[in-house]
Design a protein around this ligand. Structure first.
Ligand SMILES: [Zn+2]
Length: 504
């Protein structure tokens, strides 16, 4: 059983999560669930970045101590992620002792193995509290950070510890170009390659007298720079430096947003090389959720809250819409109109309609018992093709392609019902033909329950149970989708999977 260690970016705990955060978490969760279906030993980690200055500012604005603030935010975030059915195996917070221990160990390791890689120097630059980093000229437009045009850059001058990032550019470029460190999609890889080809500057990795953070090893006046601290969470979640960390490390996939590729594809690999540790195998940088053409952010998050988006048609529908319509590769738009349209067309009239018609006919004509007819039909052919296309797309992290493949079977299923007209077969007493049609529909639903389970875990499970299948669809073997067995119990007509709201 191959291991698959998967992480998401850890979020700043300075405000409620919005749709942008949700896209990343449900995308990673969809991948985790798919890998489990394929038999991998998945370890899926999410968490919080709690040491940033913006957290300190948010806490002081709220008039509470920072620890109390981050505890409160952590429970807000976990509440949202459990409503969105995230199946993470671990939840790491950078204020935890296990994390501080790993950060100290990693830095001590670099000091011991490559002492020249860390040195003390004076730093002068413009700091963005939104990014929590010093910005270079190329990252500043009209005196503001490109990512945070509404925030003021803070002129800063202080003595810091520096990391010799400039010494690692060539090695990292080589690792990326040869595919040993896979950076995807290609557009992000090209950006990182250009950045590396331009040459790297050393970076400050400590801040002077920051009251909130991890002390820099061997220097009581300095605190570990929040990004250096945060990146190490991927390692601390494995138990590093305890020996068993190697059961999980290296990470098989870091899922992040496209705005932080420099940290994950340049700085993080350099830190690991300096500590003589293995590099992650792949970084996937998704695009942004756009709301009326602009990036979803804390400010835009008040225009459409995650709460409203979940309430609209339920968590499964939101997961599906984010991954199918907004997408997990480039930027994509979120609008209520498109959400409602997709909900009606794909879910209520598409998938839900197929399921309720098929289950209703099984109940009406065969008392809910799926006829033992194994004759392959045109619908089975479509199902096999859909499975192949689905797994090809999902293996390549093309989640939209995976959903599209599953929906070829939804469309074919509804068409199959129209063309075979089971009600007419029942009326004219063509029993063998009716058995063939009904069993083909049951197999199609079984395949769809498996394929949709990474996208819509609760709805897929409801369908699985209505089909009379045993246990949890998430625990089903992939082979079940390839050749669905007869259900162990009679099927049942249940509540409509995707009810049409009165207002839409
Ligand atoms: Zn910024």
């Amino acid at each position: 059983m191959p291991k698959f260690y998967l992480t998401t970016a850890i979020d700043y705990s300075n405000g409620d999560p919005h749709l942008g955060h949700a896209l990343e978490k449900v995308g990673a969760d969809c991948i985790a669930r798919y890998r489990r279906l394929r038999g991998d030993r998945v370890h899926f980690v999410m968490g919080m970045d709690e040491h940033s200055q913006s957290v300190l500012q948010a806490a002081s604005k709220a008039g509470v101590p920072p620890q109390e603030w981050v505890d409160r935010m952590a429970s807000r975030f976990t509440d949202f992620w459990s409503r969105l059915e995230c199946s993470n195996d671990d939840w790491i917070r950078t204020t935890e002792p296990r994390h501080a221990r790993s950060v100290t160990e990693l830095l001590t390791r670099i000091q011991r193995l490559h002492p020249d890689d860390l040195y003390v120097s004076e730093y002068e630059g413009l700091y963005c509290t939104g990014c929590e980093e010093f910005k270079q000229e190329s990252q500043i437009v009209n005196g503001h950070c490109i990512e945070h045009p509404t925030l003021d850059l803070i002129p800063t001058r202080e003595r810091n510890h520096f990391f010799r990032l400039s010494g690692y550019g060539e090695s990292i470029l080589d690792l990326i170009v040869t595919g040993k460190l896979r950076v995807e999609p290609a557009i992000r890889r090209n950006e990182v390659v250009r950045l590396l080809e331009g040459g790297l500057q050393d970076i400050s990795v400590s801040r002077l007298r920051q009251p909130w953070g991890i002390p820099f090893p061997g220097d009581t006046e300095q605190t570990v720079y929040v990004w250096f601290d945060a990146l190490i969470n991927y390692l601390s979640a494995t138990g590093f430096p305890d020996a068993e960390y190697e059961r999980l490390w290296p990470a098989d996939l870091h899922v992040i947003g496209k705005g932080i590729t420099r940290f994950h594809c340049v700085i993080w690999p350099a830190m690991l090389l300096a500590a003589d540790l293995e590099l992650p195998r792949q970084v996937w940088a998704h695009g942004y959720v756009q709301w009326e053409g602009t990036k979803m952010s804390k400010t835009a998050g008040t225009a459409v809250t995650l709460d409203e988006a979940i309430e609209r048609h339920g968590p499964d529908a939101l997961r599906y819409f984010l991954l199918r319509e907004v997408g997990f590769e480039a930027d994509g738009n979120f609008t209520w109109e498109r959400f409602d349209e997709r909900y009606i067309a794909d879910l209520a009239d598409g998938f839900g309609n197929l399921a309720s018609r098929a289950l209703a006919m099984l109940a009406k004509y065969r008392n809910g018992v799926v006829p033992a007819h194994s004759g392959a039909t045109a619908l089975d052919e479509v199902g096999q093709k859909a499975l192949q296309e689905y797994s090809r797309a999902m293996d390549a992290l093309d989640l939209r392609g995976g959903a599209e493949a599953a929906w070829t079977l939804v469309s074919a299923g509804n068409l199959f019902v129209q063309q075979t007209a089971p009600w007419a077969l029942a009326k004219s007493g063509e029993d063998a033909e009716l058995d063939k049609v009904l069993s083909a529909l049951a197999r199609a639903l079984c395949r769809l329950a498996v394929m949709t389970s990474p996208f819509m875990p609760a709805k897929a499970q409801a369908l699985w149970q209505n089909l009379g299948m045993e246990g949890d669809v998430a625990a089903a073997a992939w082979e079940v989708a390839e050749s669905p067995p007869l259900p162990v119990r009679p099927t049942s007509r249940a509540a409509i999977l995707f009810p049409k709201p009165a207002s839409v």
